[in-house]
Design a protein around this ligand. Structure first.
Ligand code: FAD
Length: 409
């Protein structure tokens, strides 16, 4: 079998893989990305957070993303019954980007992958990683080309950015269950034809089910008059609905009058899909000669659209560690990669848990919230979950607990 070599081998050309490739090319590394699919390909995760812009910029891919013509996004809106509230991310506690985009991921991921290629990374589509050996001095993977040939790649370092593919967690027995209950999502794209003035297209809208506080819907407008629409609930809730996934989604949307009204003229022209049990975790985010990026590590929950931002953050932290390692420094991957990454993930976790228990929903829908507190919350919703200057990041559990008590219905 043929054996190739690379400085860095990246598994997967999703957001984590392409941004890591861009960052490592900036360091002058020789980067090979193996991607199982042919791009463009559908993926879920369409609403970005402003914090993600920093990493797109850092990887040198900002112009590619801005020029792609995606829907501008400046905030998040929430609807529960007749209550509506929204956060403008430009009014936030933390410094940095206050706007971003809502993206069709097929196009967005392709734009990032092409950007990484233009920066000199080799990206091979339809090359699937089959097995890995990290027992030697350098990690080695076996991959299959579109022609069915298998070959080996030996790398100085291996980044697993395989997302829900979870290549290394599966092959190296690193998987561990998530603490979250098993939830699922049913989703599609529609031509939304929302009445003028009824829908702020610059914001994702999250609608809470009128009776079930733990069931919520997303509407994510795109720049072409279409909109991503989905529902998230525990799998036993979703299983109550019969028919095709489109029929099931339509039935659940009918239960939320405000959303049903918003979408009354929508054209349902795309069959719905479903995903279940996507929350995942791992025993370790790194090992000898490798690190796990993005969803290949932990995935919490979609409610605050944090997935792509966390994927980018992981790429940025890992690339900084690799710069030091290649310069001959000793890197402590737990201290310098896993811990800092988990700090922000844990902030999101606190807010996600509180969302499903209903406490955080009472906070955001409270009519008399302090403007300063709203700015701190806006910063977290904008993805600034690593900014320790924000009291709701530095001490999120206690602070949010106090706020929940004050806002209890
Ligand atoms: P991925 O995007 O999954 O990319 C991994 C790539 O690796 C894929 O292209 C895959 O083909 C490739 N791959 C897999 N296996 C192999 C292999 N063996 N060999 C080679 N290549 C391989 N996030 C947001 O930021 N905003 C949202 O609004 C949002 N909504 C979501 C809604 C739902 C219902 C769910 C489940 C998630 C949502 N997310 C959202 C999360 C988001 O989808 C992920 O966090 C994000 O895609 C992770 O990026 P990634 O690069 O880690 O992995």
């Amino acid at each position: 079998m043929k054996t190739e070599s690379a400085d860095i081998l990246i598994i997967g050309a999703g957001p984590a893989g392409s941004v890591a490739a861009g960052l490592l090319r900036k360091q002058g590394r020789d980067v090979l990305v193996l991607e199982r699919e042919q791009f463009p390909r559908f993926s879920i995760g369409e609403s970005l957070l402003p914090q993600s812009m920093e990493y797109i910029e850092e990887a040198g891919l900002l112009q590619d993303v801005v020029e792609a013509g995606f829907q501008y996004k400046n905030g998040a809106a929430f609807q529960r019954g007749d209550r509506y509230t929204d956060f403008d991310f430009r009014e936030k506690f933390s410094p940095g980007w206050g706007t971003t985009f809502q993206v069709q991921r097929a196009h967005f991921d392709h734009v990032l992958a092409k950007g990484a290629e233009r920066k000199g990374a080799t990206v091979r589509f339809r090359h699937e990683v089959l097995s890995v050996d990290v027992s030697g001095e350098q990690p080695e993977v076996t991959a299959r080309s579109p022609e069915g040939e298998t070959y080996r790649v030996r790398a100085r370092f291996l980044l697993d950015a395989s997302g829900f593919g979870r290549v290394l967690p599966r092959l190296l027995n690193l998987e561990t269950p998530s603490n979250f209950p098993k939830r699922g999502a049913i989703f599609t794209h529609v031509l939304d034809r929302t009445p003028p003035g009824s829908f702020d297209r610059n914001k994702i809208r999250v609608t809470v089910h009128p009776e079930h506080v733990h069931v919520w819907y997303w509407t994510i407008p795109f720049s072409d008059g279409r909109c991503s629409l989905g529902v998230v609930a525990k799998t036993e809730f979703l299983e109550q609905y019969q028919g095709t996934d489109t029929e099931r989604l339509q039935a659940i949307v009918r239960e939320a009058p405000a959303l049903q009204d918003l979408l009354k003229d929508a054209v349902w022209d795309t069959p719905a899909r479903k995903l279940t049990g996507y929350a995942a975790n791992v025993k370790s985010l790194w090992g000898p000669g490798f690190a796990l990026l993005g969803n290949a590590g932990e995935f919490l929950d979609p409610v605050f659209s944090s997935g792509v931002t966390i994927a980018f953050k992981s790429a940025s932290l890992a690339s900084a560690c690799l710069a030091r390692q290649f310069a001959g420094e000793k890197v402590d991957w737990e201290r310098d990669y896993a811990k800092p990454l988990k700090a922000g993930v844990d902030t999101f976790r606190t807010f996600v848990e509180s969302w499903y228990e209903g406490g955080f929903q009472n906070v955001i829908f409270h009519p008399n919230a302090s403007p300063d507190v709203r700015k701190m919350i806006s910063a977290i919703l904008a993805g600034y979950a690593w900014d320790k200057n924000n009291p709701y990041v530095a001490d999120s559990k206690r602070r949010l607990g106090v706020l929940e008590e004050l806002c209890a219905a």
